[in-house]
Design a protein around this ligand. Structure first.
Ligand code: NAP
Ligand code: G4F
Length: 330
């Protein structure tokens, strides 16, 4: 019989890639979608008709209990969150409720389902929990043992979610794993994140639809990988006999300036500076200066390895945005 997976955050970047992967592996895929008028429902229905949508919200425990009852899942992937770090400074309490406490609601829905011993749980933890401040591991990168020091309401909420997942593993013997994922991007990345904001602007500048882009801090460094590679790692975590925590990253870090250089190079522009203006509105009250992941455990135990490198990622995203922008009249 086909395995069943329940995905929260089905309308997000990772939800899309994970649903594709699980469908290819023969899973029956269920996805929790929120809101009465969610415009992304039609996108999922058209692009991924194999996904069985269930209405629910991480802040509504009864909806999660109902979703677990309906799907009877073997695996639950909790990808839902308010995931934008900058936005989390504007709505910190909502972020605590959704990104933090929402995970407790999901864990309780599983614990009380009467099938907790048959359900494997994945929590989308994040490199934002490290915070970059205590970065003293040149060349090594953050691994599963590194110290956490979150620098945003999002990072703090995710740290609660991380620890409550570990607590349910230890207290109730649940097969609950946390993937501590470094930034991963791709064709499905939201336009509000810096990589996609840049690749979309570069495409529009190339096509004469826009003349500049406004950004915040250009000095920050991130460990950027491809989302399609990272969902494979999530799935591998839940196939292990024992639950655990795993870092997924590339082992490389690049600045926003390097991303700009690579993205403009893809459309034949050597000097990006005339096209970029700095706007303080995009600065954050506290910044994570540097993130670099050490995925040695995932590579050894899970046999996971990223396949897309930094130049390959930037090229893929710019080409995708040129295609989308060429087909749209606005
Ligand atoms: P994303 O594109 O922002 O997707 C977030 C998803 O969460 C969307 O489907 C959104 O639904 C849903 N959601 C938001 N609030 C909800 C609520 N109250 N109830 C139910 N669903 C809700 O994020 P992503 O990039 O795919 O990331 C997936 C997960 O990994 C997130 O938890 C993120 O924090 C974490 N993460 C991401 C990265 C990364 O680099 N991408 C790295 C580490 C960890 P709507 O469409 O209705 O808004
Ligand atoms: O693209 P970002 O918004 O991603 P950030 O803050 O690293 O968070 C992402 O990765 C985390 C994993 O480490 C996830 F947990 C999280 O959910 C999300 O997916 O910003 C990257 C960097 C920051 O230093 C930011 O200050 O880019 C800088 N930046 C400069 N100008 C900008 C902008 N970020 C955004 N979003 N928009 C700008 O205009």
């Amino acid at each position: 019989m086909a395995k069943k997976a329940l995905i929260t955050g089905i309308t997000g970047q990772d939800g899309y890639h994970l649903a594709e992967l699980l469908n290819k592996k023969g899973y029956e895929v269920f996805g929790i979608i929120r809101g009465q008028h969610n415009p992304k429902r039609i996108t999922v229905e058209r692009e991924q008709p194999f996904v069985k949508l269930i209405e629910g919200d991480l802040t509504d425990p009864s909806s999660l209990i109902r979703a677990v009852e309906l799907a009877q899942p073997d695996e639950v992937y909790n990808l839902a969150a308010i995931s934008h770090v900058g936005h989390s400074f504007k709505v910190p309490q909502l972020v605590a409720d959704v990104t933090g406490k929402g995970v407790l609601n999901m864990l309780e829905a599983i614990r009380l389902s009467g099938r907790a011993d048959q359900i494997r749980f994945y929590q989308a933890s994040t490199s934002e929990m490290f915070g970059g401040l205590d970065y003293n591991r040149p060349g090594l990168g953050y691994d599963e043992e590194a110290v956490f020091h979150p620098r945003s309401p999002y990072g703090v909420a995710k740290l609660y979610a991380h620890w409550i997942t570990k607590n349910y593993r230890e207290s109730y013997n649940m097969h609950a794993s946390c993937g501590i994922l470094f930034n991963h991007e791709g064709e499905r990345r939201g336009l509000e994140f810096v990589t996609r904001k840049i690749t979309n602007a570069v495409a529009r500048i190339h096509l004469g639809k826009q003349d500049h882009i406004e950004l915040g801090n250009l000095d920050a460094k991130r460990d950027w990988g491809y989302a399609g590679d990272y969902v494979e790692g999530m799935w591998r975590m839940l196939q292990q006999d024992e639950p655990g925590d795993y870092v997924l990253g590339t082992g490389e870090t690049h600045s926003i300036e390097e991303f700009l250089t690579e993205a403009f190079k893809a459309v034949g522009i050597d000097d990006w500076k005339p096209y970029v203006k700095q706007n303080p509105a995009f600065m954050r009250p506290a910044e994570v200066d540097i993130l670099l992941g050490n995925p040695a455990k995932a590579e050894t135990v899970l046999g996971w390895k990223r396949t897309v490198d930094f130049p390959g990622l930037v090229k893929l995203m710019v080409e995708n945005d040129i295609k989308i922008e060429s087909e749209s009249s606005k």
